[in-house]
Design a protein around this ligand. Sequence first.
Ligand code: SF4
Length: 151
Amino acid sequence: MVLMRAVLDAAFAARRKAAVSRCPARAMGVFAVATGGCEGCAVELAALRGGAWGLEGTGVVWVDAPQDADILLVVGVLTRTMAPVLERAWHAMAGPKALVALGDCAIDGGPFGETYATLGGLEGRAVTDARIPGCPPEPEAIRDILARLVT
Ligand code: SF4
């Protein structure tokens, strides 16, 4: 158990070091909205936010209100219930602002598609600045694409 812990600590330390060495020019606030889905993407996002993937060195910061955000991160399929919430969040952002789809559901509806309860993804409904494909995408992929928007 101790050996496993040491191996994991070393791996996480290496990831943090790689992220810190990118030296971001500024910070970007990210406001995430969970719009539906199976929660798989939300779990991967929570893992990333947990600190083990060196996000703190990229310039990406999480904010609790859309008014403080530069990036609106859409997590999951767009349900009819959450669509107005997402729209309000977008209009509350001052700008310049970016829209990012996290996961296949947010991109094109993924396995849910369009139903009585869901509208599908952002594709065809909004212009996205970045897409993070996967079902779900891994934390490293989420980190790297968000970090690319900072630089
Ligand atoms: S993309 Fe996959 S993991 Fe993410 S919410 Fe949709 S079904 Fe779940």
